[in-house]
Design a protein around this ligand. Structure first.
Ligand SMILES: [Zn+2]
Length: 81
């Protein structure tokens, strides 16, 4: 994963762009379009980057990632006691 993805993810968490809806469902603001948001679980995301990953790497056994999935990981880390 690129450093840029992690940086974006941290920014999303710090700016309050991550909202927990249910145990494994989060709403995350798009970093490119503030009027837009994505519903994200711990292993799926609605964003184009995530969908494209599977399009381009299908069948290689890789796990897709995007700044939103990473943001959830950071968010959970911060909010666990
Ligand atoms: Zn995403």
């Amino acid at each position: 994963m690129s450093a840029n993805t992690i940086r974006k993810a941290k920014k999303l968490v710090e700016s309050g762009g991550v909202v927990k809806i249910e145990d494994d469902l989060f709403q995350i603001k798009s970093s490119s379009d503030p009027g837009k948001s994505y519903f994200v679980t711990s292993d799926t995301c609605e964003c184009t980057g995530f969908k494209n990953f599977y399009k381009f790497h299908h069948g290689k056994g890789l796990k897709a990632n995007c700044s939103h999935l990473e943001a959830i990981r950071i968010f959970k880390d911060k909010n666990s006691d």
